[in-house]
Design a protein around this ligand. Sequence first.
Ligand code: F6R
Length: 242
Amino acid sequence: AEIVIVPNADAAGELVADAILRLVGRTPDAVLGLATGSTPLSSYQALAAKVAAQPVDLSAVRGFALDEYVGIPVGHPESYRSVINREVVQPLGLNPDLVHVPNGALDGIQTAGDEYEAAILAAGGIDLQILGIGRTGHIGFNEPGSSLTSLTRTKTLTEQTRIDNARFFDSIDDVPVHCITQGLGTILRARHLVLLAFGEAKADAIAAAVEGPVSASQPGSVIQLHPHATVIIDEGAASKLA
Ligand code: F6R
């Protein structure tokens, strides 16, 4: 992977926003892979600022979120459907009909993964996939032990990830236990991966992803199998690289 070390998350956001604008300039109906969580927010904010300041039309851009909680009410403010609408679709002026989130409703959960894969294929695949990484090494919600060829399916969140995401909920007991996530195989099919990480809490996961052995116990390490992966990190996240 290509490693880019930036001073802070805002500088990373500028790079990601510029990459997306170049992509959309070439391909107005480009397909973006959208991460949620804290890490990509500076990218979405930088892109929204650029879109407000220059004539650029994102109305044909398509999107696929990485993951969703299972069993969370769709209208819950922390469902990833809500988060994607609030942080991405509205500020960027995307067409909500073109932005997909895995269906985490219990009713139909058996087929939701296959349906999501079919929708990604029908869109022609993901052009640029934005990724964060968890302290467990997960990308998407592919926790350690995920098959390197896995496709969209339900998974159980680790206790560590539920603790880390409890900040979005009233208490840890409110954090869902299950999720539906693009698989590592799904992620590897995207044409360009952009993995972002900020802060020392991510340093071990980044070192394992970038320099460790490719292994199901470090899901982020699959980026080493991808021919076009860019890792944009700050000094803290880079601090355990050799
Ligand atoms: C989010 C996702 C996760 C997060 C990861 C880091 O859609 O798939 O892999 O990217 O948990 O979360 P933050 O950015 O909140 O530290």
